[in-house]
Design a protein around this ligand. Sequence first.
Ligand code: KIV
Ligand code: ZN
Length: 559
Amino acid sequence: MNSHDRTVTAGSADRLIVFDTTLRDGEQSPGCGMQLAEKIRVAKALARLNVDVIEAGFPAASPGDLESVAAVAREIPEQVICALARCHQEDIELAWKAVQDAARPRIHVFLATSAIHREFKLGMAQAEIIRRTRESVMQAREFCNDVEFSPEDASRTELDFLASVVEEAIAAGASTINIPDTVGYSTPDEFGRIFQYLRENVRGIGKIVLSAHCHDDLGLAVANSMAAINAGARQVECTINGIGERAGNCALEEIVMAIKTRSDQTPVETQIETTQLCATSQIVASVTGSRVARNKAIVGENAFAHEAGIHQHGVLKHRATYEIMRAEDVGFETNRLVLGKHSGKHAIAHWAKARGFELTHAQLDKVTRQVKALADRKKTIYDADVVALITGETSDHVGRWELAELQVTCGTSATATSTAAVRDRTNGQVRREAAIGDGPVDATFKAVSRAVGSQASLDNFTVRSVTVGEDAQGEVTLEVQDDGHIRKGRGVSTNIIEASALATVDVINRIERANEQFEAPLPDAANVSAAHAWAASMTTTQTPPPQASGEGAMHTPAP
Ligand code: KIV
Ligand code: ZN
C-alpha cells in the first residue's frame, strides 16, 4: 500500500487507519469552537500529518458546521473526509450534502445502544434500535460507498445485543464499525474483550474494519485504544492534544508514538508523519485557545526536557538512558534562532511556508512589519515568537474591531485605569472609552468592551510566555461568557497588558463572527432548526435537542 493509498482493505493486519476527529468531537469541547478559516487551517495541518480520515464535523448541528465540512471536503484531496449524522433521514441527507464534493467521502452514522441510553435518552426498545440502524446505514449507502456505523455507548451495552446491532449494520452495508467508549468508563482488559467477543460472534465481521473511539474520563483513552488494537481494531479515532468532550478523547500524538515506540507490543503501523506532531499540536492549541500542559506527553514543553542533574548527566553520556523517543521525531524544535530585523518578506514567506503557513500578500506585509518591530523590542527572536505572530494574523482573527491605542495607569495604591481606543474597520471610526478596574487587565477588558458596546463578562485569564528570557512575548488567553457560550480570545505582545487588550478585541471579533455565522440562512434545511438550537448551546450544555424521543444527545454523563 503506498503512502497515499487510503483504501481500507479488511484484514490488512499491520496497517492502522488513523481517524482524526479534532474538528468534530474535539470541537465539541467547551471553549474549543472554531471558525471556518480555522477549521481549514487545522484540516490542512492534519493533511500534512498524513492522517487517513478527517471527521470534519456534524453538518446537522448548524449551517456553519455544514459549510465548514463542505469547505474541508473541497480543500483536502488526499484524506477521506467524514461527516457525522444521527440515524435521522435529514441528518444523513445533510451529511451527504456536506461531503459529496470530497474526493473520498464517508458518512458516519451513530445510534446509542446501551440500556441506559435506550431507556432514558431514546425511549426505544431493542427492536427499534436494530431497525433504525439498518434503515440509516442503508440510506447512507444510497449516497456513499464508505459508511461507518457507531453504536454509541457501546462499552456499556449488553454484549449479545451489541453483536446483533453490529451484525445488522454490516449486513446493511457499513464498511467500518466503530466501538465507542462514549463516557470513558471502560478499562483495557474489558475493552479488549469487547472486540474479541465481536470478532468471535458477529457474522461478516471479517469484511469490515473495526475501530476504537475512547474518551479519557478515567485517563484510560490511550490504554483502552491500545487494548482494542491488540484485540483486532484496525482504525483508531483520536484528536490532536486529546481535546474533546469532558476529559477529552484519545490523543493522536500519544497513540501514534506509543505504537511507534512500542512496535514490539502492538502489531500495527501508521502512516503518520510524526515530525509534524508538534506543529499540529501548536496549531490546534492556538486556534482553540486550549493550551497544552507543560508535562503533556509527546508535545508538552517538558516532554523532552531533562531538569534533574542526574538525568542530564545520563542523557549526555547516552541519550537512551532517559529518552525513549527522539525529540526530532515528533518535530520538537527548541529555542532555535530564526528570523530578525533584517529578514525580508521573501525569507519570512519561505520560513512560513516550510511550517505550513500560507500567507496572503497583506498578511505577509503585516507579519514582516511585526517581525521587524519585535526585533526592535526583543533581543532574540525564536521560532515560537514568529509562529505566535503568524497565528495571530492568519487564524481568522481579523474582524470588525482593531486596537488603535491603549494607556494604562496602575500601582500598589492607585486604582487601575485604562483608556482604550478601538477602530471600527467597517467605517474607520475610532471609539475611545476609559474604565477603572480591579487591576490593569480588568480595567483594560472593561475599557475595550465599553468602547465596542460588548456585554461579555470575563471568566478566565491566563498568560504564558511564548519563549524564554525577560523580554519574551506574553501570550494572553481570555475566556468570556457570552449569552451562555464560552468564547476564547488570544493576544500576543511583549507587553502583557497590550496582549490582554488584543485578546479582548479578538474575543469580541469572534463573538460577532459566531453570531453572524449562526444567523446565516441554510438553504433546504429549514427542518433541522431544533438540532441547530441544540448545537448552538453545545459549547456549554449537554442537553438533548428538543425532540420527542430525546435522541441526539451525543453524550450523557457517566453513571
Ligand atoms: O463518543 C461517542 O460515542 C461519539 C460517537 C458519536 C462516535 O463521539
Ligand atoms: Zn466521542
